[in-house]
Ligand binder design. Structure first.
Ligand code: SF4
Ligand code: SF4
Length: 310
């Protein structure tokens, strides 16, 4: 079984062509700007969308640990310290104001969706992307079964990874994946640790291993003022890439604030950290810096045109 917090069809920014993207729940990293905090956890957590609530109070009556107190003036309030994420309230909520962050899918259920989307892959040179969360931090035996099933159908498979996983997991994925979408966030190990919760050593080592072993790599860097958004940071990253890897494409992704309200929905508003989005002029400057280091395959934005892949 596979825990997904989203199964997105016809996505265009998760690899070449039109993709069916599986967002696996659970991630070992804690990026300060995370856009999908509901995907941080390996088990589903309760999400609350107050704007959908019709104040029926059904949720209060079913909670086995009295974590919900209902007030007709403000609707339900959830005591997250008591909540065990059992999902009973989400099961009775008539408006999906309360929902669990992830659902469990069987291999057959996933393949049913994947095969239904095959005509789109054929016309766009698309396929399936594993994303997350961190897909390569899942149970690798299960994941390998799914990779085998997809490749048995001769469908293109891309793995979107932070690279912060054991090398053995990267090596298993490399047996099946046609390409990797690989995050490269910062060269400075201390800054990486401060903003992401972990050093970048393993990430860089795994990236070099993939490069040395002929993997098709689409490198992706979120550009975030206050984290990696200085000209010096970007120049040092570009130099490292030029010396150590040979990515097919490099996407510079301007930071945005979409999704920041998700921290409130899963009850961790104190973890929300907002940055200033980079200006259009700065993104252009970042592009020039990368290209000046010989990285002509750099672009702004994540859509990968099949004709751009070198
Ligand atoms: S998910 Fe949490 S709030 Fe909802 S019924 Fe279970 S324990 Fe209560
Ligand atoms: S069950 Fe849903 S709609 Fe009814 S009060 Fe609870 S959150 Fe609101």
């Amino acid at each position: 079984m596979y825990k997904l917090f989203d199964l997105q069809r016809l996505s265009m920014e998760n690899g070449p062509g039109l993709r069916t993207t599986l967002f696996f729940s659970g991630c070992p990293l804690r990026c300060a700007w995370c856009h999908n905090p509901e995907g941080l956890y390996y088990n589903p957590v309760l999400m609350y969308f107050p704007d959908r609530c019709i104040q029926c109070a059904a949720c209060e009556h079913v909670c086995p640990v009295d974590a919900i107190s209902y007030n007709p003036e403000v609707g339900p309030t959830i005591d997250r310290a008591l909540c065990t994420n059992c999902g009973d309230c989400a099961a009775v909520c008539p408006t999906e104001s309360l929902v669990m962050s992830a659902k469990t899918y069987s291999l057959e259920e996933i393949m049913h969706t994947v095969l239904r989307d095959r005509p789109f892959y054929d016309r766009s040179q698309g396929g399936v992307t594993f994303s997350g969360g961190e897909p390569l931090s899942q149970n690798m035996k299960n994941l390998e079964e799914l990779m085998k099933a997809i490749k048995a159908e001769r469908i293109d498979l891309s793995i979107d990874t932070s690279g912060h996983v054991p090398l053995a997991n990267i090596q298993t994925a490399a047996k099946y994946a046609d390409s990797f979408l690989y995050d490269f966030k910062h060269l400075d190990a201390e800054k990486h640790k401060e903003f992401i919760g972990s050093s970048n050593e393993r990430i860089l080592d795994n990236l070099i291993w993939l490069s040395n072993n002929g993997a098709v790599i689409h490198l992706r860097t979120p550009v975030i003022p206050g984290f990696n958004g200085s000209e010096e940071d970007l120049a040092s990253m570009a130099e490292w890439i030029a010396e150590n890897t040979n990515p097919s494409t490099i996407s510079l992704l301007p930071y945005h604030r979409f999704g920041s309200d998700k921290f409130d929905r899963i009850g961790i508003p104190d973890k929300k950290r907002l940055f200033e989005p980079p200006t259009t002029e700065f993104m252009q400057k970042a592009l020039e810096i990368y290209r000046s280091k010989g990285l002509q395959q750099t672009q702004i934005g994540g859509a990968i045109l099949v004709s751009n892949v070198i």
